[in-house]
Design a protein around this ligand. Structure first.
Ligand code: G6P
Length: 375
């Protein structure tokens, strides 16, 4: 009821603003079951030891999930391959369960699910198990769910109850859990020095503070939302690890504002979507200051040259300035490997405020369910 909402208009807004707390709790919760990453202190030594044994027996990862949880898996692939050197496939659960694939007993099957009850994800897990893959881990927000019961290992996210159908805090806490999984796997394979580990853990523990600074950008996103609310289409561009963030930004916008939105890896622009770019097509660009920034800038020029209007989420230290047809919001700090966790937040706020401006039922969008427990 209204009392629970406090100062917020909808559960989605409340849940967006809960993210610093949710991520802080998730980090401490997961670190307790991976004692090797937590100065040897363990709240649940059994789970930690079991995880360690499993990690020795696997050499690749298969992630299975649906919806927003699938996109967190897509981000994790960049971490697992880039930081831990572990081959990783990510597959939509409803596709995996119905195709003939090549099972590998040295695969760690990772399911990601807010509810732990999504029918397709559970069926995909059981399918993998029936193919002889016994090592399973779930990143899940509900400790009592079927998913947690049926997996060998569990990293429980501590988002708390998520009521808005469009997932927000569940997504970012999944990312936090998946980053810790990456560190644990990297360490088990001897691919993480103590110094690197300490640096990553410090960055993780600073996330709640970094997120507060991103949430403070809300007034600027309200102003962008006023423009988006008048459009029927939007394009989201990202590169590398931020491509799944562009996908998630487009999903949020279509789910709750009913604006048709598509995401593309920016390098693919010239292979099709550029044909759609006009002044009526806002183009959101996720532009962190990484090794792909210069390439992204030339993709942005391609949009500008066709009269497209850019909405850019730029990092603190990029020299991208607002100009005619180019609206820039500057992110408070450059967050390196963890940058996707920060960059998704303004996209959540943009979708939320666009939906509010259009007067849709934000917490219960038409035709969608919070948890899809039938096929
Ligand atoms: C539904 C929800 C999404 C969610 C997806 C997967 O479609 O509306 O927000 O991402 O299911 O749910 P899960 O509980 O498995 O993460």
């Amino acid at each position: 009821g209204a009392a629970e909402l406090g100062p917020y208009r909808h559960y989605m807004q409340k849940e967006i603003f809960e993210q610093p707390r949710a991520i802080g709790d998730t980090i401490e919760g997961v670190l307790c079951i991976v004692p090797e990453l937590f100065d040897g202190v363990s709240a649940d030594g059994k789970a930690g030891a079991a995880a360690w044994r499993v990690f020795q027996e696997i050499d690749n990862v298969l992630i299975l999930a649906c919806g927003t949880s699938y996109y967190s898996g897509c981000v994790a692939k960049y971490w697992l391959e880039g930081l831990a050197g572990i081959p990783c496939q990510v597959e939509v659960a409803s596709e995996y369960r119905y195709r003939t694939s090549v099972p590998n007993p040295r695969t760690l099957v990772v399911t990601i699910s807010q509810s732990g009850e999504t029918a397709d994800t559970l069926a995909a897990l059981r399918h993998a198990q029936s193919l002889g893959m016994t090592h399973t881990l779930t990143v899940c927000n509900v400790a009592t769910s079927a998913m947690v019961r049926e997996c060998e290992l569990a990293y429980i996210t501590r988002a708390g109850v998520e009521i808005g159908v469009a997932s927000t805090k569940a997504f970012t806490t999944q990312l936090a859990g998946l980053f810790l999984l990456t560190l644990a796997l990297a360490q088990s394979k001897g691919r993480l020095s103590e110094e690197q580990e300490a640096r990553y853990l410090t960055a993780m523990r600073h996330l709640p503070v970094a997120l507060q600074a991103v949430l403070a950008l809300e007034p600027q996103l309200i102003s962008w939302a006023g423009e988006f609310a008048q459009r029927e289409n939007a394009l989201f561009l990202g590169r590398g690890i931020h491509y799944p963030i562009a996908l998630e930004g487009a999903l949020k916008l279509k789910e709750i504002s009913y604006i048709h939105a598509e995401a593309y890896p920016a390098g693919e622009l010239k292979h099709g979507p550029l044909a759609l770019v006009t002044s009526a097509m806002p183009v959101v660009t996720v532009a962190p200051n990484d090794e792909l920034l210069e390439k992204l800038k030339s993709n942005m020029q391609e949009v500008r040259a066709r009269g497209g209007v850019l909405y850019v989420l730029a990092d603190a230290d990029t020299h991208i300035e607002s100009a005619e047809g180019m609206h820039v919001i500057r992110m408070p700090e450059n967050y390196g490997a963890l940058s996707p966790i920060l960059h998704v937040v303004p996209l959540q706020l943009l979708a939320y405020h666009t939906a509010c401006a259009r007067g849709t039922d934000v917490d219960k969008p038409r035709n969608l369910a919070k948890s899809v427990t039938v096929e």
